[in-house]
Design a protein around this ligand. Structure first.
Ligand code: PLP
Length: 223
């Protein structure tokens, strides 16, 4: 199936309220253009300079999402245009993003990344660390970042019971935080989870943004 056919097919399958983020990391500009011509407008990248280079030459109505690990010294390259930063996992990082957003006269939407999968990784907050961040840090004082939800990666496993349980825990945490901190904030409404291999489970468990790469573009040259 071509890139355009995949875009159309996946979009047709998604229930209302779930958006498709096409993960275009390592994909050439021509491939992104084909998805764009098929109607796709939200693209996700994992490297800030690669995203900035693509944004500079592709149509201006693309919404660029940053889904990779954020290096503080590179925030400046995406602050002028990024529409959602998915993987924020510390107050320090929120504060840095706020600083660069202010310089660009913008408010940048962010998701808190929750580490829920079985694999060891240094990225992402545990559920308790996330609770502590919201309870103890002065995030409400940051005028130029807006926390709009949570992001997670499921375990890399065929065990669908495990994956479902992880996404279920994210939804429970989301509901808890919504009630404690964001009950008057309708913009806190996003759960970014689900990739090529597990997005149907993610949707069933409450995902609002699925991040799909290889199913659309085929295998990547690098990962
Ligand atoms: C690469 C990547 C994806 C897409 O993965 P596929 O399995 O190719 O769909 C989604 N989210 C993040 C954070 C990624 O790094």
């Amino acid at each position: 199936m071509s890139i355009a056919e995949q875009i159309v097919r996946i979009k047709r399958e998604l229930p209302q309220g779930v958006e498709l983020l096409a993960i275009s990391k390592y994909q050439p500009v021509d491939a992104i253009k084909e998805a764009y011509d098929a109607g796709q407008r939200m693209f996700g990248e994992n490297h800030i300079q690669e995203m900035a280079a693509k944004a500079a030459i592709l149509p201006k109505d693309i919404e660029w999402h940053f889904t990779g690990h954020v290096q503080t010294n590179k925030i400046k390259y995406m602050a002028p245009f990024v529409s959602l930063i998915h993987a924020v996992d510390s107050f320090r990082l929120l504060r840095e993003i706020d600083k660069h957003a202010a310089r660009n006269n913008r408010t940048i939407d962010c998701l808190l990344q929750i580490h829920i999968a079985q694999e060891e990784t240094k990225y992402g907050l545990t559920k308790d660390e996330c609770r502590q961040l919201l309870a103890n840090e002065p995030w409400r004082e940051l005028q130029h970042v807006r926390i709009v939800g949570l992001m997670a990666m499921g375990s890399n496993t065929d065990d669908t019971v495990q994956i479902r349980s992880e996404f279920h825990q994210i939804k429970q945490l989301f509901d808890e935080l919504k009630e404690c901190y964001f009950s008057d904030t309708p913009t806190f409404c996003q759960i970014s989870e689900g990739m090529t291999d597990d997005y149907p489970i993610a949707i069933a468990e409450g995902s609002t943004i699925v991040r799909i790469g290889s199913m659309i573009f085929g295998e990547r040259q690098t990962t």
